[in-house]
Design a protein around this ligand. Structure first.
Ligand code: Z5A
Length: 217
């Protein structure tokens, strides 16, 4: 049995991932693929409990290392219970955020550095990496304004200031430069329909190559 494909979506808050995920699913379904849709942190009962710890308020503030380790604890459970079993059954998996978010938010944003994240990545995932990452690249101010416009109470991350989101953005840009084959940048500062069209083009180019069998795993 051929392993399924693993697609992740990344971006700052307000990048439009929620809408984009629906478009990814619709596109894949039109190709006859019914993907497993999931998210991080979360995706399993225990992972969702860890998510609540991570997004809820924490007093005194959660230490950056604790935050990174909780992200990877949730990820380990997610890989074990959902992601690997689905891929091994031949199903495709679409995940709202994955380890690139740990590099960007904990590695760059919190200043833990990429080396510590890489050590956790290797330990938790072994050789498993996404086949394709769609990075919705939105300017920091635009993303934060959109997120604020939803009128929901901000979570622990959304309350960050002092250049945190600029560092996270820098992290995503560095990752995209380092992994140009895997990470496809989509300009998410445009009007929604233009973002979704660009997203679908980036997705279609990868999916067409995979389905035509011109690119092995
Ligand atoms: N995190 C981490 O630190 N480390 C890790 O390893 C992982 C995660 C995995 C939860 O993630 C937090 O966990 C996250 C990073 C951290 N930090 N925060 N906050 P999440 O993905 O669940 O939460 P999120 O990033 O906050 O998601 P979001 O705010 O829901 O973002 P979004 O899905 O990209 O945005 P949206 O809801 O689709 O769009 C926001 C609003 O903008 C909405 O009203 C849209 O209608 C509107 N919108 C979207 N696109 C457009 C365009 N193009 N034009 C105009 N308006 C638009």
């Amino acid at each position: 049995m051929t392993r399924g494909r693993f697609i992740t979506l990344e971006g700052l808050e307000g990048a439009g991932k929620s809408t984009a995920l629906a478009r990814v699913r619709e596109y894949l379904q039109r190709q006859g693929i019914d993907p497993v849709m999931t998210r991080e942190p979360g995706g399993t009962p225990l992972g969702e409990r860890i998510r609540a710890l991570l997004l809820g308020q924490s007093e005194p503030p959660m230490a950056p290392a604790t935050e990174a380790l909780l992200m990877f604890a949730a990820r380990s459970e997610h890989l074990d219970k959902r992601i690997r079993p689905a891929l091994e059954r031949g199903q495709w998996v679409v995940c709202d955020r994955f380890t690139d978010a740990s590099y960007a938010y904990q590695g760059w944003g919190r200043g833990l550095g990429a080396e510590r994240i890489a050590a956790l990545e290797d330990w938790t995932q072994g050789a498993l990496r996404p086949d394709l990452t769609l990075w919705l690249d939105v300017p920091v101010e635009t993303g934060l304004a959109r997120a604020a416009g939803r009128g929901e109470a901000p979570d622990r991350f959304e309350q960050e200031r002092d250049g945190f989101f600029e560092r996270v953005h820098e992290g995503y840009a560095a990752l995209a430069e380092r992994f140009p084959e895997r990470i496809r940048r989509v300009d998410a500062g445009q009007p929604l329909e233009a973002v979704l069209t660009a997203l679908e083009e980036a997705l279609a180019s990868a999916v067409t190559r995979w389905l035509s069998g011109t690119e092995a795993h």
